[in-house]
Design a binder for this molecule. Structure first.
Ligand SMILES: [Zn+2]
Length: 415
């Protein structure tokens, strides 16, 4: 039977959790000291291990064989076995996204009064807790203020800012990090070994990069790519094909053309890349990486992408020599804003082409300092000059400069 990799390799104990060392350290110490709080909140982006950690913690707290000097669940007792089979009466998992109302919460609170059928703790795992309604949060708050001894609340959220302060002040909060792409690539390599898949470092680092810090996503992507793999072997080329990503060589060429404001060749190169079924989103995302890397290089900071080839890094450093920090930050702003536009556009490839054209036009505009200097000189000339037509033409020039500035500094507002 086919089991998705993300399910098959879902961590069953703390030692299996990847990339959350500090959280794991604090939790396991708390378990050893028998000081695990009544209400714990895990926060972080999707797929970083929030619910997984909540489940492992629940499993550990309810494990029947665990000794006081151990922090991992045994995996063999009735409770652990039932847990693996999703057959636990005393661990109640609630998806707040579909149980948002106060009545759902009242039901939960009501059941808190009863002791667990077996073991020491009755555990509630509330996923996406930020989705609860205001009245549901209020009902929950009362229980969090005076929780029964035998109850633990383990909550998870991707949107911490939507959780009321009153709740936050009563929970122990753990912020989960996005997992480093190098760590994800290492992890995928061990999974591929176990699955007898032969795969190179470049292919793995591409998958890891595309997963954006999420272990779960990285496994889902790997699953997706394995559908097209022959004889259990995976090449970087196949990964690119499935994920619709271009290699850095082509994208760097496009980036260099953009930075040198070469409109015609930029558009030509862009159309060539996109015609190979590379997604607009993937192109934009890598271009944004490049802007960031060049800004790092320009500021004498280390370029943090450990998967970047030496050639690519040399090329980026070369581009950095001719780029100004203000134009880099302007391009960055435009790409960030453009990313939102592209998301809502049906024809993403056109939206990105328009965005690139805009970036090139904006690169001809003066920097803010330069513009302000020009503006000062012009207003001085206007006040000096008394002839009407001259005033008008100077004012026109100042006006159009102002317009230019408004276009080039999207965040700017006229006072
Ligand atoms: Zn056990």
């Amino acid at each position: 039977m086919y089991v998705p990799l993300a399910n098959k390799y879902r961590p069953q104990k703390f030692a299996d959790v990847v990339g959350q060392d500090i959280v794991v350290k604090i939790l396991t110490k708390a378990i050893l000291k028998d000081r695990v709080g009544h209400s714990i909140l895990f926060t972080g982006t999707r797929g970083v291990g929030k619910t997984t950690l909540a489940r492992i913690l629940a499993k550990t707290l309810r494990c029947e064989n665990r000794q006081p000097n151990e922090y991992e669940p045994c995996g063999k007792c009735e409770s652990c076995v039932n847990f693996s089979k999703d057959n636990q009466i005393d661990v109640i998992e609630i998806d707040a996204a579909s149980n948002t109302g106060v009545d759902d919460m009242r039901e939960i609170i009501e059941s808190c009064r009863y002791k667990p059928t077996t073991g020491k703790y009755k555990i509630f795992i509330i996923d996406e807790v930020h989705m609860l309604s205001k009245s549901a949060f209020n009902a929950l708050l009362k229980t969090l203020e005076e929780p029964p001894e035998h109850v633990k609340f383990l909550m998870a959220t991707t949107e911490i800012y939507k959780i009321p302060e009153t709740i936050l002040s009563r929970v122990l909060r753990f912020d989960l990090k996005n997992v480093d792409s190098v760590l994800i690539a290492q992890y995928l390599s061990t999974i591929c070994n176990q699955e007898n898949i032969s795969v190179g470092a470049e292919a793995l680092s591409l998958v890891a990069r595309f997963a954006n810090g999420s272990i779960r996503d990285s496994l889902s992507i790997l699953d997706q790519i394995l559908n097209v793999a022959d004889n259990n072997s995976l090449s970087a080329e196949q990964v690119r094909e499935v994920l619709c990503i271009s290699d850095d060589g082509d994208l760097l060429e496009l980036f260099a053309l953009l930075m040198s404001s070469n409109l015609k060749d930029s558009v030509k190169k862009y159309r060539e890349i996109i015609s190979n079924d590379i997604s607009a989103k993937a192109i934009l995302s890598r271009l944004m990486d490049f802007v960031y890397f060049v800004t790092c290089a320009k500021s004498n900071l280390q370029i943090p992408d450990k998967n970047l080839s030496e050639d690519s890094e040399d090329k980026l450093r070369e581009i950095a020599q001719n780029a100004s920090l203000s134009s880099l930050s302007r391009i960055w702003q435009m790409l960030v804003k453009g990313a939102d536009e592209i998301k809502i556009c049906d024809r993403q490839e056109i939206a990105l082409e328009m965005l690139l054209i805009r970036v090139i036009y904006a690169s001809h505009l003066p920097d803010l300092d330069e513009f302000l200097k020009k503006l000062k000189v012009n207003s001085f000339k206007v006040s000096e000059n008394t002839e009407n037509h001259d005033i008008n033409s100077q004012a026109d020039e100042s006006g159009s400069l102002l317009e230019e500035a408004m276009r080039s500094f999207p965040g700017a507002r006229l006072k």
